[in-house]
Design a protein around this ligand. Structure first.
Ligand code: FES
Ligand code: FES
Length: 172
């Protein structure tokens, strides 16, 4: 056993004893009961299991949890799908997903939501031109697999949040 400490959705977790071969996905779902993070392909291919990792430089990335050992996340700050809404109030991105009915089975939704949130935060720091927006969203969501084929609706949902507040995300 090895000790694991990390921050999840702003809350300190651990130190907890974990086996070196315990995946981060199993740690979240089985050990902590945080089942919002899904398990899809189990091979780092679909990103339904991706969580947000907040880096020390103030940027964030998504990272799959299915094949990564939980210990890889030691001392890191992560956000999961459970951390988006505050006191039951959905974020603009969550509301947009609902308004677009962007999901069917919903299995891929936590990964898309995390990726979309990372993109919004990146665009707040580094705005893009309107003509580059479609490509920027496509590149950001690339790699997330939706078996129900909700790609267009996810794309539209992210785009609507950006276009609802263009001065925040787009260059003039
Ligand atoms: S379940 Fe992790 S990438 Fe598919
Ligand atoms: S909504 Fe079913 S996998 Fe995407």
């Amino acid at each position: 056993m090895t000790m694991l400490s990390l921050t999840i959705n702003g809350r300190a977790v651990g130190p907890l004893d974990v086996r070196p071969d315990l995946s981060m996905n199993d740690f979240l779902r089985e050990r902590l009961g945080m089942t919002g993070t899904k398990f899809g392909c189990g091979a780092a291919q679909c990103l339904s299991c991706a969580v947000i990792v907040d880096l020390d430089d103030g940027t964030s990335v998504t990272k799959p949890t299915c094949v990564a050992p939980a210990l890889d996340f030691n001392k890191q700050k992560i956000r999961t799908v459970e951390g988006h809404a505050v006191n039951g109030v959905l974020t603009p991105l969550q509301l947009s997903f609902v308004e677009h009915f962007a999901f069917q089975c919903g299995y891929c939704t936590p990964g898309f939501l995390n990726e979309g949130q990372v993109l919004l935060e990146r665009l707040e720091r580094e705005k893009v031109a309107r003509e580059d927006l479609e490509r920027t969203i496509m590149e950001a969501l690339d790699g997330h697999i939706c078996r129900c084929s909700g790609y267009v609706k996810y794309h539209q949902a992210v785009r609507d949040v950006i276009l609802a507040d263009p001065s925040r995300f787009l260059t003039a």
